[in-house]
Design a protein around this ligand. Structure first.
Ligand SMILES: [Zn+2]
Length: 311
């Protein structure tokens, strides 16, 4: 009998992406819905269950899914279906998502950190295909990370391994949402770059600062805007130090950089790689291999399916 597909869900602060993914990693159907806000944890879980159930109903012409896997932007203990917290989603903290949704949907439900899902997706079908070991940086609103060794996630004792966004690059740097100073996330995320740009431009009003996006800053930098160039250079330097740290810690065969901010392309990545090579043992700096991810928004959906299809 042909293997049934699985439902993948990628839960972000703004949007929820859903996919039906077959055993070979092909996304058969997709849906994107805006993220909702919920008045209680129970309402949030029910809304997630409803979103999955309605997606399954709408694709009733396909074989019914065998399992669901949900990726969260936040630390999770996947083995217990538990989300410690997801900073971009209200009410999503200390919450037992797995067992609630298993009862609600009547199928096996896995939960995982979204960067972990994306890394597995890239390993299965993307820029990290068949790499013996890889580390993924996801540069978005925040900064995530994930380590994949021989096709398996290295989750760590408590499930939070790879949280590179909260490794400290500059201990006197900007304050981070986690309480520390100078975490990588405060220096190279979209949020950090927008803040840095606003500060350098002395944008006083919130509305003017809010109109800026990381993509606009990258575009301006490519056109030679000096302030935007300085913002990108500073972000690239922090990313380079972060890459060198990961290289020294894990020495993976491949380092991937993905997420919305990575779409800035070589204007960000080239100086980051140069900076990383400067910081790596000189005898080994040429061994550093950095690539951009390839699967875009599908990476987390495909990687979540990889987990469900490879129990
Ligand atoms: Zn932090």
């Amino acid at each position: 009998m042909k293997k049934r597909p699985v439902v993948s869900m990628d839960l972000g602060g703004t949007n929820i992406r859903l996919g039906l993914v077959d055993a070979r990693g092909k996304v058969l159907r997709r849906r994107r819905v805006p993220m909702f806000s919920a008045g209680s944890k129970h309402a949030l879980l029910k809304a997630l269950g409803d979103a999955i159930a309605s997606f399954i109903d709408a694709n009733g012409d396909l074989p019914s899914p065998a399992a669901a896997c949900i990726g969260f932007a936040g630390p999770t203990k996947a083995s217990e279906g538990y989300v410690y917290f997801a900073p971009n989603i209200r009410r999503m903290s200390d919450i037992d998502v797995g067992s609630y949704l298993e009862d609600f949907l009547g199928m096996r439900v896995l939960v995982e950190n979204d960067a972990n899902c994306a890394a597995l997706g890239e390993y299965w079908h993307g820029a990290g295909k068949d790499a013996s070991s890889l580390f993924l940086f996801t540069l978005g609103t925040g900064v995530g990370g994930s380590l994949v060794i021989a096709g398996d996630l290295w989750q760590g004792h408590d499930g939070i391994a790879g949280e590179v966004g909260h490794t400290v690059i500059d201990f006197k740097g900007p304050k981070c949402a986690c309480g520390q100073r100078g975490c990588l996330e405060t220096l190279v995320s979209a949020t950090a770059m927008i803040k840095d740009y606003g500060k350098r431009k002395r944008l006083k009003t919130r509305s003017r600062a809010q109109a800026i996006t990381a993509k606009m800053i990258a575009d301006k930098a490519k056109q030679g805007d000096r302030v935007a160039m300085a913002v990108v250079e500073s972000a690239a330097e922090a990313l380079g130090v972060g890459i060198a740290n990961v290289f020294h810690l894990y020495n993976p065969e491949l380092i991937l950089v993905g997420g919305g901010v990575s779409r800035a392309g070589s204007i960000l990545l080239a100086p980051a790689v140069s900076r990383a090579r400067e910081a790596i043992f000189p005898q080994l700096s040429r061994r550093l291999k950095v690539r951009r991810t390839r699967l875009g928004d599908d990476a987390a959906l495909i990687g979540a399916a990889y987990l469900a299809h490879h129990p």
